[in-house]
Design a protein around this ligand. Sequence first.
Ligand code: 5GP
Ligand code: ZN
Length: 115
Amino acid sequence: MEECIFCKIIRGEIPGKFVYRDTQVVAFHDISPKAPVHVLVVPVKHIESVREITPEDQELMGLLMLKVKDIAKKLGIALSGYKVVVNNGESAGQLVFHLHLHLLGGWKKSPGWEV
Ligand code: 5GP
Ligand code: ZN
């Protein structure tokens, strides 16, 4: 069983403020938001980073992006605009080695927040 923090959130061992979940994808609020809306969209499958993606994950990767679109709409930021960020590797700022997409939005006018 994976000891990673996002696997623990997915299994319910650590609390998470979920905005979406199904058998393949979950989304929960970032504990330390870098934007007015900051949600992490995460595959249930433990993949460390983009580097570990395999051709078998092709459909799952597409699904993640479709869920980003749906969740942005659900959170009311679809029309105002949002960023989708994936940090890969330590020098890029990846802290949690379970692949995740940062969905950032909700600014009034211009972003003003950088990640
Ligand atoms: P990374 O730097 O790996 O791209 O992003 C990891 C993100 O996970 C960070 O934005 C950090 O705030 C968030 N994070 C770390 N630990 C937890 C946690 O226990 N719960 C939640 N909801 N977010 C976390
Ligand atoms: Zn994991």
